[in-house]
Design a binder for this molecule. Structure first.
Ligand code: SAM
Length: 187
């Protein structure tokens, strides 16, 4: 079984006009993705943000729930947040996992492409031995093309293809939970 980690990227991401921007941290993404990560056995949840003040904000939220009376009051939240750390860049997250040679990067997108990695294949690969897999999630209007290009594979979008009207615009935290469930279905 391979190590699985998650990166939530706030830069570089796209805005609705396709420009490269830096998005702000969303409190719900901090908590909900940490819970999903811990539940499905991800070793790490990296909140990737280049701005120190935004990383500081996330660290303050995490410290609030990891220490003191709040930690005692809601211990499962403390446990979920134990997998979270902040990093300034995707490269820093990769370093934390042992460097580029030790990690396979799987980008995610709501858009389907001909060379997407399907979930049957992806979950089988994860169940084998091999390098760690870093699941790369976007914010705002999604990952910048340069991030996707730097990844090894792009996972197929999740949604109900059979329904056929093409709408699949999930929140990143909902998409993450569904992807983790599909990816770990063989574990
Ligand atoms: N149009 C953007 C795209 O194609 O990535 C949607 C951005 S969405 C608001 C933010 C992030 O949520 C995406 O970068 C991706 O990680 C995830 N996401 C949202 N819907 C998804 C879906 N149906 N399948 C896979 N990932 C999805």
């Amino acid at each position: 079984v391979r190590r699985l980690a998650i990166a939530l990227v706030h830069h570089p991401v796209l805005d609705r006009d396709g420009a490269i921007v830096t998005s702000a941290v969303t409190n719900l993404d901090v908590h909900d993705i940490a819970r999903s990560a811990r539940t499905y056995g991800a070793s790490d949840y990296f909140v990737v943000h280049p701005i120190e003040a935004q990383r500081g904000l996330v660290e303050r939220i995490v410290t609030h729930w990891r220490e003191g009376s709040s930690a005692a009051r809601i211990p499962d939240r403390k446990e979920a947040l134990s997998v979270l750390s902040t990093v300034p860049s995707l490269e820093a997250a990769i370093e934390r996992l042992g460097g580029r040679g030790a990690v396979e990067l799987w980008a995610t997108s709501a858009r389907s492409r001909p060379d997407s990695l399907g979930y049957a294949d992806a979950s089988a690969r994860l169940a084998e031995d091999g390098p760690a897999v870093l699941l790369v999630l976007g914010t705002s209007w999604g990952l910048a093309p340069e991030v996707v290009a730097a990844c090894d594979r792009v996972l197929a979008p999740v949604g109900c293809e059979a329904r056929g009207d093409g709408f699949n615009h999930l929140s990143v935290r909902a998409a993450c939970a569904i992807m983790l469930d599909r990816l770990t279905s063989r574990r």
